[in-house]
Design a protein around this ligand. Structure first.
Ligand code: CAA
Length: 381
């Protein structure tokens, strides 16, 4: 087996195969059509939920599967191999779960996590703004305390699946400038004042909608504040550490699909009287693609293992994210090259994989921000 999962535990293989079967049977047949028409199907999330795949690392006390990130990354890789969009959707719906499990109080955990973990609800993470992307802590949305509630005002941008979300974790400023002035809140679909703005027209990942979200005098009960006032950026950054592992796993799935397509083509396509795989220019390219995929996979697994064992993993999550997503960009670009004229057409999935990979170098912290996190860890004090 060139894609060797033999070192995975039985539980990891079982979860991977559940996800693979569902993705091949239910997602792969509709993905090209739905990417074209920008159609997000809620029933896909519900179907994944029925298999226990929407809350894999979430505690079974709150309706999750009670497993770890090592199982989670296998499932995400399989979903991504069929559709990058649905892998990102599951990953983003996981962010409110990880936030509430780590930082929520008992009331918040019981109220929100079970429905997110079961796939009945979809979650969204509402951080970025037009003026605060990489510099997340400079956000300008305000939350002003008024009796037993807060009034939120501002405009958020690049928010994944906000238009289908039931629960949002939104960061807003309750204090002065900088990270210490930011707090995190739980918002619910239907709260007056939450409005959807424009939906971005993207180069890929179009099943997963990217929304502008307008918050106009949204009254949020004070009990929906997560942790304490001023903890918002810590809540967000800690969640992004976990999220970056899932984005890296998404990159693995996309890259693997591209390698499979390029390998098949290189075996079948004959030029000058032999399969093009037999020309070293192509064969060595595929060899490098496979090597790079497997090296990245080890880094993603290492970050997941560290997280599962409760050890610090911010650095390794950033490394896994940058290495896996840069790998996916290179591998998908090379796959298009190996398929040649066919690779550039929509008859084959590799051009979609290439467009999907590009997004992963940007979301949940650009790869420049990951390198910033890594270089900060190298600073000698
Ligand atoms: N975990 C917990 N706390 C953390 C942390 C982490 N990984 N990283 C930093 N913090 C804490 C710091 O300790 C600090 O608190 P104290 O002052 O009390 O020590 C506070 O958070 C602020 O940290 P910094 O001073 O390091 O923050 P900074 O302003 O210098 O920013 C950064 C650092 C790495 C550049 C950060 O801003 C960053 O990661 N930017 C990228 C943002 C991002 O990933 N956005 C993606 C949005 S979501 C998305 O893509 C789409 C979607 O739908 C999911």
């Amino acid at each position: 087996m060139i894609f060797d999962h033999a070192f995975e535990t039985e539980a990891q293989i079982e979860i991977r195969e559940l996800a693979r079967k569902f993705s091949r049977e239910k997602i792969a047949p509709i993905v090209e059509h739905d990417e074209e028409t920008e159609t997000f199907r809620r029933e896909i999330i519900q179907g994944l939920g029925e298999l226990g795949l929407t809350g894999i690392p979430t505690s079974d006390d709150f309706g999750g599967a009670g497993l770890g990130y090592q199982e989670y990354i296998g499932a995400i890789e399989e979903i991504a191999a069929a559709s990058g969009s649905y892998a990102v959707s599951i990953a983003v719906s996981g962010l409110p779960q990880v936030i509430l499990e780590q930082q929520g109080n008992e009331f918040q955990k019981k109220k929100y996590i079970p429905k997110l973990a079961s796939g009945e609800w979809v979650g969204s993470f509402v951080l970025s703004e037009a003026g605060s992307g990489s510099d997340a802590a400079s956000l300008r949305t305000t939350a002003v305390k008024n009796g037993d509630s807060y009034l939120l005002n501002g405009t958020k941008l690049w928010i994944t699946q906000a238009d289908s979300a039931d629960v949002f974790i939104a960061m807003a400023r309750t204090g002065g400038p900088g990270a210490k002035g930011v707090s995190a809140f739980i918002l619910e679909k239907g709260m007056p004042g939450i409005k959807m703005g424009k939906r971005e027209k993207k180069m890929g990942m179009s099943i997963s909608h990217t929304m502008e979200v307008l918050l106009e005098n949204v009254k949020v009960p004070a009990e929906n504040l997560i942790a304490n006032e001023g903890d918002g950026m810590k809540v967000a950054f800690a969640a992004l550490d976990s999220g970056r592992i899932t984005i890296a796993a998404t990159a693995l799935g996309i890259a693997r699909s591209a390698i499979e397509a390029a390998r098949s083509h290189a075996n079948l396509r004959e030029q000058f009287g032999k399969p093009i795989l037999d020309f070293q220019g192509v064969g060595f390219m595929l060899a490098d693609m496979l090597n790079d995929y497997q090296a990245a996979k080890l880094m993603v697994q290492k970050a997941a293992m560290l997280k599962d064992s409760g050890k610090p993993f911010s650095l390794q999550a950033a490394q896994a994210k940058v290495v896996a997503t840069d790998m996916a960009m290179k591998v998908t670009t090379d796959a298009v090259q190996i398929l040649g004229g066919s690779g550039y057409t929509q008859e084959f999935p590799v051009e979609r994989h290439m467009r999907e990979a590009k997004m992963l170098q940007i979301v949940e912290g650009t790869n420049q921000i990951q390198r910033l996190v890594i270089s900060r860890a190298l600073k000698q004090v």
